[in-house]
Design a protein. Sequence first.
Length: 114
Amino acid sequence: MKEVTNQIIQVCKSFFEDTVRIRQDFHMHPEIGYEVQRTADIVGTELRKLGIKVRKGIGKTGVVGDMEVPGATRRIALRADMDALPIQELGTAPYRSTVDGKGHMCGHDVHTPL
């Protein structure tokens, strides 16, 4: 079990830089409600890069990634929000929102990237 855990940790570490880059991009380009087309496109692209089948347009702008596991008898569903809030960001981070009046200020915006 420890070997499997170490393998999982190494795989996660290999995605770290891309995950940070994507998260910061989403933070800089917030979209509200059903206007998350750019965000949904990026999520779909990133899922496809991982070999995951993608269905888009679910509930208007939603994205579903179907990961097939041969022989599996159960499924796990994970849900993530992609939309920002109609709030002006006042922070000074280099990746702060570039859109006036919109920001990922909900405190859980690392959820969307893979």
